[in-house]
Design a protein around this ligand. Sequence first.
Ligand SMILES: [Zn+2]
Ligand SMILES: [Zn+2]
Length: 247
Amino acid sequence: MATAYYSQPAAANYHSPSSSHHKERGYRVCDTCGAAETPATGRFRLCGGCMATQYCSQDCQKADWASHKAVCQHTASTLSAAKQQTVSGIAEENIAKYLRKFTSSFQDLLSWAGFQALQLRRCPANIRQQALLIELDFHNSSDPMRRFTIKGTHIVPKTYVTGSDPLVAAEMERRDERSRRAGGIGSVLIIIQCGAINQVMPVEVDSPAKISWDERGDWAEVLNQFVHSGRTDFKPISTTARGIVYG
Ligand SMILES: [Zn+2]
Ligand SMILES: [Zn+2]
């Protein structure tokens, strides 16, 4: 029986960066208003219930509570149940924590891989039915960036997680709608799995016309290489009138 940890990744939500200011690497986005964390805003607050969703201010946190409450309590209760379980001698709770760190450190790479794997430039409709499942192996490494390697990647139906978890399904639905209202194509579902633990990562995707990334058939190898070497400096590759742009 797999345990699904819903996690809103630290700002993996991919909005078109405004041309007037440069997008910071690993930036966080307020889950209510979409503001990006910058040195000027100070650090965003994490929801104390689920430790997964972040807000720019107390006002935004309050405004979101009615819609966030259900998934928040769900995440908190799966986390507390995980205290009893172990994976290779490590408490599931800690694996879940490492997975969250992994997802947030590699968010640009993972979002890009999801976009490529589902071929969203050519077939944006794939976002409705398919999800990218990334299976990981755990290594008890002292280097936090090298605790996981890629065991395999698979395209699975979205129902892989939403079918058994109505709360996560409702949360995905909410993000799909929000993305479409903003002119996007919906929310791509990326599932990060280690043993029996799932981490769910929804990434709201802009209209492909606004995304300049090249289509890459070698995304799985690129993903593997960056994760294997613990490199968190991935930037999508795009070809523009100015030539090939890395990042
Ligand atoms: Zn906000
Ligand atoms: Zn919460």
